[in-house]
Design a protein around this ligand. Structure first.
Ligand SMILES: *[C@@H]1O[C@H](CO)[C@@H](O)[C@H](O)[C@H]1NC(C)=O
Ligand SMILES: *[C@@H]1O[C@H](CO)[C@@H](O)[C@H](O)[C@H]1NC(C)=O
Ligand SMILES: *[C@@H]1O[C@H](CO)[C@@H](O)[C@H](O)[C@H]1NC(C)=O
Ligand SMILES: *[C@@H]1O[C@H](CO)[C@@H](O)[C@H](O)[C@H]1NC(C)=O
Ligand SMILES: *[C@@H]1O[C@H](CO)[C@@H](O)[C@H](O)[C@H]1NC(C)=O
Ligand SMILES: *[C@@H]1O[C@H](CO)[C@@H](O)[C@H](O)[C@H]1NC(C)=O
Ligand SMILES: *[C@@H]1O[C@H](CO)[C@@H](O)[C@H](O)[C@H]1NC(C)=O
Ligand SMILES: *[C@@H]1O[C@H](CO)[C@@H](O)[C@H](O)[C@H]1NC(C)=O
Length: 595
């Protein structure tokens, strides 16, 4: 029935389609994530080498006073690392770029700053805690009250029975950030001078109030949490919470019988061979200790899982690389982990587990497209840090600062603004191997011409079979579906799909890599519009939609040499093309006569 209707619709519509309508695309949609294969030789690419030396001279100039930056360069130390996937297995675990500066004003701590120097990393600790959770085998969909039944009381204002471990790890429990802290008892007179009413000592929480009482015990914290007001309903919107991570550590302890430091050691530090990461206090002789008030040397107690770790750029680089090469967690779980879980009112800023996700189109001005940075910031007294993962390029960065707490922002901005355009260049250069004219000399010859231009992905300039223009055919078929799919852009582009398999053995082995055509709508505006849906990007809804003889009309498969990764040819399964070889001049001349 469906087939018959389809045939009828195709037949009835076909004659009316203006086949000559070759409109330029009005907007670029492309696909989510990687637009080209992740480059593996960024560090040797001339564009990167030149960007890296430019970045270093920016920092040199800031420190020499030749360039102004919005931070106190006298009291601030910092360390920057940039990582990229590199060839080889095991892959090299070191950054491809570093820059370090030790403030001459430092009186305590390390006398030199290198990749192993220790900084407090504040809330980057939450990233470690979520990793521990994901690696612990604990089911994150379990309710927190399964592990901490004492939270399950009828008087509790927070509906703890509704809160899952996952809610806690992605700031969706609706709970507040802290208990007791950061109230400072000694400031009460100042508040009253400013007009606040009098309060009794008994009004305060029994613990964690600076100047009044001691740090909370586990029991006091849990009691406090049954009396605390929720900020919002469970699952309603992201509310940043430190205590959520303390609760995760309590739940983990209950589920595994192991404390946080043991789990950190067994699940992260040892597997990644991190040598300068742990629960504060670290090693003062290797520490960057700024000349301003700071929290180096503190024991963060129950707050450690939220903000009490120290680490180094080398260790955080190793962590970033283990995420980029999908080694830290099972790959499918890791890919899903690199997704937002909540939005914020800022279209370009969302929240994950526990990622702080920046979506920008500004980083590659020569080839504008969407780039997501999965980042986590951390602040500890006197320290601010940021780690960032840009999975679509297989790159990441780490910026650790000690001193002026504003330093991180211009430093992290300069780092990505300078290096990412070069990474884009490197990705484009490496993807040149997928371009060219491919063809087969078969009875019904097929030729495909792939290029890289300033747009996203690899462009299909042409796809011909025995004289027929297959791209035009796809558009015709697309536009004559009974349920309208809308007008199709004539700008056909393919994108790598992270699906590959090896075939054959030894020298004959090939890797077959799936790419897909993203079917982009050609948007037309006729009625009045406020562009409410103007940025709609529906390519994710239209993969694998149309088939021909059991083969999807968007699938293109590249054949690579398993050893050299050289592209041997390309196959267009829906055209039954077999492997199309890269064409030499003679072959092109022969084909010219046909197509
Ligand atoms: C500042 O820049 C000028 C001009 O580029 C250069 O001559 C000078 O040596 C620089 N000064 C320092 C301290 O780097
Ligand atoms: C986990 O919590 C339950 C309920 O409080 C308790 O019975 C059990 O002993 C705890 N397990 C561990 C390992 O702490
Ligand atoms: C965690 O457990 C280990 C092993 O039982 C113990 O040596 C360590 O002192 C504990 N750490 C903390 C912070 O309680
Ligand atoms: C772990 O790191 C240390 C110090 O960086 C290094 O000497 C050692 O070889 C590493 N071990 C492994 C198994 O990679
Ligand atoms: C550096 O720190 C010292 C000590 O805290 C402070 O007196 C000085 O003003 C700071 N320097 C700058 C440039 O902020
Ligand atoms: C190729 O096209 C020619 C000319 O239209 C036609 O005669 C021939 O049958 C076609 N070959 C195949 C295999 O479709
Ligand atoms: C392939 O496409 C490019 C870009 O449009 C063009 O310059 C080139 O001539 C084409 N090659 C063939 C053999 O058609
Ligand atoms: C892959 O490359 C190696 C090394 O150049 C070569 O020996 C082998 O024959 C190639 N395999 C294929 C299938 O092209």
């Amino acid at each position: 029935m469906i087939a018959r209707n389809f045939a009828i619709s195709l037949i009835s519509i076909l004659p009316f389609i203006p086949l000559s309508a070759q409109k330029a695309p009005t907007s670029r949609c492309a696909v989510e994530g990687a637009l080209l294969p992740r480059p593996t030789n960024v560090c040797s690419h001339p564009a990167f080498q030149s960007a890296a030396s430019k970045l270093s001279s920016y920092f040199d100039d800031v420190l020499s006073g030749n360039l102004t930056a919005d931070f106190d360069t006298v009291n601030t130390s910092f360390a920057i690392a940039f990582v990229s996937l590199q060839p080889g297995w095991p892959r090299p675990n070191k950054p491809i770029y570093t820059y370090t500066h030790l403030s001459p004003a430092n009186e305590n701590g390390a006398k030199k700053l290198d990749g192993d120097s220790q900084f407090l990393i504040g809330s980057i600790s939450k990233l470690f805690t979520d990793i521990i959770l994901l690696k612990s085998g604990v089911d994150v969909s379990e309710k927190i009250t399964k592990f901490l039944p004492e939270l399950s009381t009828t008087e509790s204002l927070v509906r703890w029975d509704d809160v899952t471990i996952e809610d806690l790890g992605e700031h969706l429990a609706g709970m507040g950030p802290n208990y007791g802290f950061p109230e400072i008892y000694d400031l009460i007179p100042l508040y009253q001078q400013l007009g606040f009413p009098p309060v009794e000592e008994s009004d305060f929480p029994p613990c964690n109030v600076a100047g009044l009482n001691r740090a909370c015990t586990r029991q006091q914290l849990l009691d406090g949490l049954t009396k605390a007001h929720p900020v919002t309903a469970v699952g309603e919107r992201a509310v940043y919470s430190n205590l959520a991570f303390t609760l995760i550590s309590f739940a983990l302890q209950n589920a595994t019988g192991k404390n946080y430091s043991t789990l950190l050691d067994e699940l992260v530090i040892q597997p990644l061979n991190l040598t300068n990461t742990g629960a504060s206090p670290g090693d003062a002789s290797k520490a960057v200790i700024p000349p301003v008030d700071n929290g180096w040397g503190l024991d963060y107690g129950f707050s450690t899982p939220a903000g009490g770790l120290f680490s180094s750029i080398n260790d955080l680089s190793a962590l970033a690389l283990s995420i980029l090469d999908k080694r830290l967690l099972p790959p499918s779980k890791l890919r899903k982990w690199l997704k937002p879980t909540s939005s914020t009112p800022n279209l370009q800023y969302s929240v994950g587990f526990p990622w702080e996700i920046y979506r920008t189109t500004n980083l590659t001005p020569s080839y504008p497209h969407t780039i997501d940075i999965y980042a986590k910031d951390g602040g500890a007294y006197g320290y601010v840090s940021r780690i960032g993962i840009i999975d679509q390029y297989g790159v990441g960065f780490v910026v650790l600062t000690a001193g002026d707490t504003e330093a991180i922002y211009p430093i992290a901005e300069a780092t990505v603004a300078t290096l990412i355009p070069a990474v884009e260049e490197a990705a484009r250069s490496e993807a040149e191997k997928y371009t060219g004219v491919f063809g087969s000399d078969a009875e019904a010859p097929v030729t495909a011409n792939f290029t890289i231009d300033s747009g996203p992905g690899v462009k299909i300039q042409s796809l011909m079979r025995n004289g027929s223009d297959i791209l035009r055919a796809i558009a015709t078929i697309w536009e004559s579906q009974q349920v309208s799919l809308g007008p199709l852009s004539r700008d056909f582009r393919i994108y790598p799909m992270e699906i590959s398999r090896s075939q054959g053995l030894g020298n004959g082995a090939v890797v077959k890599e799936d790419w897909r055509i993203a079917m982009e709508r050609d948007t037309e505006k006729e009625l009045p519009t406020a562009v409410a849906f103007g940025k709609t990007c529906t390519t994710w809804q239209t993969f694998d939609l149309l088939y021909y003889g059991g083969q999807p009309i968007d699938r293109v498969v590249f054949w690579l040499n398993v050893t050299t990764r050289e592209v041997l040819g390309v196959e267009v399964p829906f055209l039954r093309s077999g492997m199309l070889e890269r064409m030499d001049g003679d072959m092109m001349a022969r084909m010219e006569r046909v197509n």
